[in-house]
Design a protein around this ligand. Structure first.
Ligand code: ARG
Length: 398
């Protein structure tokens, strides 16, 4: 008597591919059901995962949640200027939704066990497990439990006739969704090694970018990007198009040392062209419409929101409360931001909003709307306590 059904989060990559034979041979499951979740990976990767799942698993599902991913995770992340240690999160935002889709299939199939191909060293195991555990499912993580290395996995795949995209010469682990592409492993594990140009897929190097700058106008409504160069677009189309535009101008590469949740430092390389542009334009528009108090407090909220987002703790009550605060502030974040893309750089060139707190009539050197004499009284009390301190010191020394 075997162990029944297990539903595996499946990408078609090395780890999840060898999970299929492992879950049967090593764990004794009777049926392995693979699920590929489309969060905007390249269509050919989805096709590979689908074909492979259909071939090697007992049953396979491919589920397209691109729109849900954009609306429920990326839009909120733009509103909260979501970034962790200075880079726009991508994988972190996709994992919880992928996990939720796996849960749905497990329920549908009547499976009590779910599996993922995460190692015991990274963040993704925690992001998946958080959702699975909340649902009371039994979690199987072969890579983590068997302490497998990628070397061993490649040999095992070969022995079981499982085709894998990774070759020993280029053993990178790549994770992709429409917001971000991450590349790790292999020679990149030595932080002093310079990345070769062939690891990149979405961006050109700045030296290969066009010699002419390219300008893009981004329209925002309540904190969400809604148009490119005057053309109204839905979220996913806008992000994909902006990835192309910014990527061809060399915008959105990132090579960094990152602190993982467990405390391990890792060398991570990312491509996120659209995110780089939007996370430059959005806070710029906020500076035009939000008050000084709102901006200062929101900065703290954004940081905390991002930290919880990075940890995949999207059901943590604080995350919900912070998201409610962020949404409230975004009611006025409507307008346009013009950016110039040029050989890897993004520069804001102009911005406008019907809700701007900025008024050229008030601030201009040429205007008399404000009577400058009003500032004299304010100035008299300005830095008052510092002067009081001096006055007291003076009386004492006399
Ligand atoms: N370090 C990033 C994160 O924790 C990306 C990890 C992506 N995984 C991968 N196998 N490339 O969100």
């Amino acid at each position: 008597m075997g162990k029944g059904k297990v539903v595996l989060a499946f990408s078609g990559g090395l780890d999840t591919s060898i999970c299929v034979p492992l879950l049967k041979e090593h764990y004794g499951f009777d049926e392995v059901i693979t699920v590929a979740v489309d969060v905007g990976q390249p269509p050919e990767d989805i096709k590979t995962a689908t074909d492979k799942g259909n071939k090697i698993a007992d049953r396979h599902y491919t589920i397209d949640i691109k729109d849900r991913f954009v609306e429920e995770q990326l839009f909120p992340s733009i509103k909260a200027n979501g970034s962790y240690e200075g880079y726009p999160m991508g994988t972190a935002l996709a994992r919880p939704l992928i996990a939720e889709e796996i849960v749905k299939i497990a329920r549908k199939e009547g499976a009590e066990s779910v599996a993922h191909g995460c190692t015991g060293k990274g963040n993704d195991q925690l992001r998946f497990d958080f959702v699975f555990r909340k649902e009371g499912l039994n979690i199987i993580a072969p890579m983590r439990e068997m302490n497998l290395t990628r070397e061993w996995e490649m040999d095992y795949a070969e022995k079981h006739g499982v085709p894998v995209p990774v070759v020993k010469a280029k053993p990178y682990s790549v994770d992709e969704n429409c917001w971000s592409r991450s590349i790790e492993g292999g020679v990149l594990e030595k932080p002093e090694n310079h990345p070769s140009n062939d690891i990149y897929a979405w961006t050109v190097s700045s030296k290969d970018a066009p010699d002419e700058p390219e300008e893009v106008r981004i329209g925002f409504e309540k904190g969400i990007p809604v148009s490119l160069n005057g053309k109204k677009m839905n979220g996913i189309d806008l992000i994909l198009e902006l990835n192309c535009i910014a990527g061809r101008n060399g915008v959105g590469r990132n090579d960094m040392i990152e602190d993982r949740i467990l405390g391990l430092k890792a060398r991570e390389i990312y491509e996120h062209p659209a995110a780089t542009v939007l996370l430059k334009a959005h806070p710029d528009l906020e500076r035009l419409v939000l008050s000084r108090q709102e901006l200062a407090f929101k900065h703290i909220v954004d940081e905390k929101w991002s930290e919880l987002g990075y940890m995949g703790l999207i059901h943590e009550p604080l995350f919900e409360a912070l998201s409610a605060f962020v949404d409230k502030t975004q009611e006025r974040v409507t307008g346009f931001v013009d950016v110039i893309l040029y050989k890897g750089s993004v520069t804001v060139a102009g911005r406008s909003s019907p809700n701007a707190l900025y008024s050229d009539d008030l601030v201009s050197f040429e205007s008399k709307t404000i009577d400058q004499n009003d500032a004299v009284g304010f100035s008299a009390y300005y830095g008052f306590q510092a002067r009081i301190k001096d006055m007291i010191a003076k009386t004492k020394s006399e």
